[in-house]
Structures are given as structure tokens and as C-alpha cells.
Design a protein around this ligand. Structure first.
Ligand code: 5AD
Ligand code: SF4
Length: 372
């Protein structure tokens, strides 16, 4: 019996798939590289932008032929897209050959769903779940080991679906994180450890007693072993001085800092509910560069947020020009069901978004050339 997992989206999803892989192997399935050979196909989906969802729909459709050839094939779709009731029901209705449709919080029960497929198709959506503590992973990312430190997000940036599909922030207990890292180090296979969370800087605020992200970082660095430590993603409003100091002072911490700015314009930042201004963002960048001269700062930007004018977009270009990031990701704003921004007036036409994203990426390319 063979399994294959197809993963869409971010590193957190890649890591979730490592959890799914461990469950599949525990059930006795072996990994295959080819969908044609598989007895169990799992799609781990992403909902961050519309394009990510459309790609999933297209690829699920293509499985129909495989199921016809091998009726015993089990097809499961899970992840952020299917955590939304509307998308889950759409997939369940449109693709009758899909056996299991489950949301992000149902993953711990995955084995149970697979074992009960013989009793018929299932669509199951839990609306909330505890954070997984000590569970096995089948690590698949070479000499990098992902370590989840928290799940969910409390920020409700107005464009973002994450708080709706991943729930509120929940931190893992520091002791459990440290134990997982100790066992990663003792395996001797991993050079790099990457801590994962939607908003790592607010790690530990929900724990009793509270633990700061800076303390977690220094406690990990105090562990014996030859490894490098990095993390993602930081929210500019929560990147505190103590965290910058730990990054500056600890040799084990890589000097890569991903700090999504999203926009360079204060009116848009406010509409996005980002809770910092362009000036505050630039202050943080200056502080980082003062304390960590070799910092490699990267960022994300969204262009064409509702009502964004040409001038406001120019502020984003100016910010990119001024900061000279080590790299940026630029996205066209994509309305997500249920979010505040999707209901705002002044949605920007697709061709304008496309031009703005092209311009921003062209500028970035030119800056990179100059920096070399
Ligand atoms: N449309 C476009 N980009 C988005 N992002 C998040 N939500 C949306 C959306 N609705 C981008 C942000 C974030 C990155 C992971 O994806 O820039 O930092
Ligand atoms: Fe989404 Fe904002 Fe949370 Fe990031 S901080 S996951 S952009 S709501």
C-alpha cells in the first residue's frame, strides 16, 4: 500500500504534511513519488489567495481518471482551504470521487477517517482544536528540521484568512519545544532548525506563566549541539528590542529576518489593520541594521488593496527602494471570503493589480542588480 501527499502553500503546511506522512506510515503505507501508484492520495491545501485554491480544484479534478482505474484508491483533501465550510462543501459536491474532506483542526483524527472510508464518504469540520504537542513527524526537508511553536493568529489583518482557518493563537509549552529540539539535535542529521508560527513574536503570551519569544530563543541556543536556528514569521508590531538583541548576540541564530511590511502607505496600513506606520517600520529596520549589520531582511507586499491609489502604491515602491531588502515577495490583493477587506468598496481592477505587481517586482530586480 502506497501513499503520496501533495502540499500547497507555506512552510507550515509543509510541516503539517510531515505530520500526515507519519500517520500514513504508522498505518502501514509506504511513500511513492507517483500518483498512479498510490493507494492513498492526500491533498494538503492552502487558502491564502484565490489562485492557490483554484490550483487545488484543477488538480483534484485530474484524479477522477485514477479513481476510475483503481476504485480502491482513497482520496483525502485537507488543510486551510477545506477548513472553510463553503470550500469543503464545494469539493464534496463537485468531486464525488473524493472520499475524505477535512479541515485543519481534524488532522489528529486523520487515521480514524482513513480507516472508516469503507463505511462511506466523509466531510468533517471541527471549528477549533488544541495545539498538537508531542506527536511524531516524518521529516522531509533535508538537513532542515521544522519545529512548530504556535498555531493560529489573533491579528485579524483585514485581508487575511488565517485567523479564520487556523483559529486563535495557541503556543506550545516551552518544555515540549525544548524536548523536541533536543531529540532533533541528538539525531545528528539536522544542521538547521526553523521555528514556525504565523506570528512568532507573540509566542508564549497565552501560556501561564508567560514565556517571551526572546527567552525561548536563548533557551534553545543554550542547548548543546552544532546547529543554526531561524524562525518565521515576525510581525513588525511585535518585534521587540529583546528579540533583536538575542538575534544579534547568539551565534547560533541566522541573521535572516522576514518582516512583512505589506504596504509603504499609512492609510493603507491602517485599513489593513497592521497597527504600525511606515515610520515605525523604518525605525525597526534601522534598529535591526544598527545591532545586526549583516542582517538579511526580507519582506512581503500586497498591491491593489481596496481603494489603493497610484500615489499610495508609489509609497510602497519608495519603501522598497529605501530599505533595499535582501528579497521581497509581492502579491496582488486577493479577496478572501469572510474577511473585512473583501467587503470594502473600491476593489482595484485586476489589470491595475497586475501592472502594480509587475512594477514592484521589476523595481526589486533592478535593486538586486545594483546591490550585487
Ligand atoms: N491577498 C494577497 N496576499 C495575501 N497575503 C495574505 N493574505 C493575502 C490576500 N488576501 C500575503 C501577505 C502575507 C503572505 C504570506 O501572503 O503578504 O505576508
Ligand atoms: Fe494573516 Fe496578519 Fe495573522 Fe499574518 S499577522 S497570519 S497576515 S492576520
Amino acid at each position: 500500500m502506497k501513499y503520496i501527499i501533495v502540499t500547497y502553500g507555506c512552510q507550515m503546511n509543509v510541516h503539517e504534511s510531515e505530520k500526515l506522512a507519519a500517520i500514513c506510515e504508522k498505518m502501514g503505507y509506504e511513500l511513492t513519488e507517483s500518483r498512479d501508484d498510490a493507494d492513498l492520495i492526500v491533498f494538503n491545501t492552502c487558502a491564502i489567495r484565490e489562485g492557490a485554491e483554484d490550483r487545488v480544484f484543477g488538480n483534484i479534478g485530474a484524479l477522477k481518471k485514477l479513481k476510475k482505474k483503481k476504485p480502491s484508491l482513497i482520496i483525502a483533501v485537507c488543510g486551510c482551504a477545506t477548513q472553510k465550510e463553503s470550500t469543503a462543501s464545494y469539493i464534496y459536491r463537485t468531486f464525488p470521487f473524493v472520499d475524505i474532506v477535512i479541515g485543519t483542526f481534524n488532522l489528529p483524527l486523520f487515521e480514524q477517517y482513513v480507516l472508516s472510508v469503507k463505511n462511506g464518504r466523509q466531510m468533517k469540520l471541527l471549528s477549533e482544536g488544541d495545539i498538537d504537542e508531542n506527536i511524531p513527524y516524518k521529516r522531509t526537508s533535508g538537513d532542515n528540521a521544522w519545529v512548530n511553536i504556535m498555531q493560529g493568529c489573533n491579528n485579524f489583518c483585514t485581508y487575511c484568512i488565517v485567523p479564520y482557518v487556523k483559529g486563535r493563537e495557541k503556543s506550545r509549552k516551552e518544555e515540549n519545544i525544548l524536548n523536541e529540539i533536543k531529540s532533533i539535535i541528538s539525531e545528528g542529521k539536522y544542521k538547521k532548525i526553523t521555528l514556525l508560527g504565523q506570528n512568532v513574536n507573540s509566542y508564549g503570551k497565552d501560556l501561564i506563566p508567560q514565556v517571551s519569544f526572546a527567552k525561548l530563543l536563548s533557551d534553545i541556543c543554550a542547548l548543546e549541539g552544532d546547529f543554526k536556528l531561524t524562525f518565521m514569521t515576525s510581525h513588525p508590531k511585535d518585534l521587540t528590542d529583546d528579540v533583536i538583541d538575542v538575534i544579534a548576540n547568539e551565534d547560533k541564530i541566522l541573521k535572516d529576518i522576514h518582516l512583512p511590511a505589506q504596504s509603504g502607505n499609512n492609510r493603507i496600513l491602517n485599513l489593513m489593520n497592521r497597527r504600525y506606520t511606515r515610520e515605525k517600520y523604518l525605525d525597526i529596520i534601522h534598529k535591526i541594521r544598527q545591532k545586526i549589520p549583516d542582517a538579511r531582511i526580507t519582506s512581503d507586499f500586497i498591491v491593489g488593496f481596496p481603494t489603493e491609489t497610484e500615489e499610495e502604491f508609489l509609497d510602497t515602491k519608495k519603501l522598497v527602494e529605501e530599505v533595499k531588502f535582501a528579497g521581497i515577495f509581492a502579491f496582488m490583493y486577493s479577496p478572501r471570503e469572510g474577511t473585512v477587506a473583501s467587503k470594502m468598496d473600491g476593489q482595484v481592477p485586476q489589470d491595475v493589480k497586475q501592472r502594480r505587481v509587475n512594477e514592484l517586482l521589476a523595481l526589486e530586480k533592478e535593486i538586486q542588480k545594483r546591490l550585487k
